[in-house]
Design a binder for this molecule. Structure first.
Ligand SMILES: [Zn+2]
Length: 77
């Protein structure tokens, strides 16, 4: 708690203080970072790369999983 904080508390604009407090709370909240997200995929139609299942460019279910070791291998199960 700084003097500026106290000053704002006493003389500041309540709306602004509320906004600042909300921003502070948001900054303190744990960020929901996706550490182990979905494996990166690649659109087999346009080549777009991303974690989405549906390519946002083609708007179709054309995403295939990118394989790090053998990108061109076609694995059938
Ligand atoms: Zn695509």
């Amino acid at each position: 708690m700084s003097m500026v904080w106290l000053w704002n508390r006493v003389f500041g604009d309540p709306a602004r203080i509320e906004q600042e407090e909300r921003a502070e709370k948001q900054a303190r909240a744990p960020q929901l970072e996706v550490d182990a997200g979905p494996p990166p995929g690649r659109c087999r139609a346009c080549g777009y790369q991303g974690p989405e299942r549906y390519c946002p460019t083609c708007l179709a279910d054309t995403m295939v999983a990118v394989r790090h070791k053998k990108p061109r291998a076609t694995v059938r199960k």
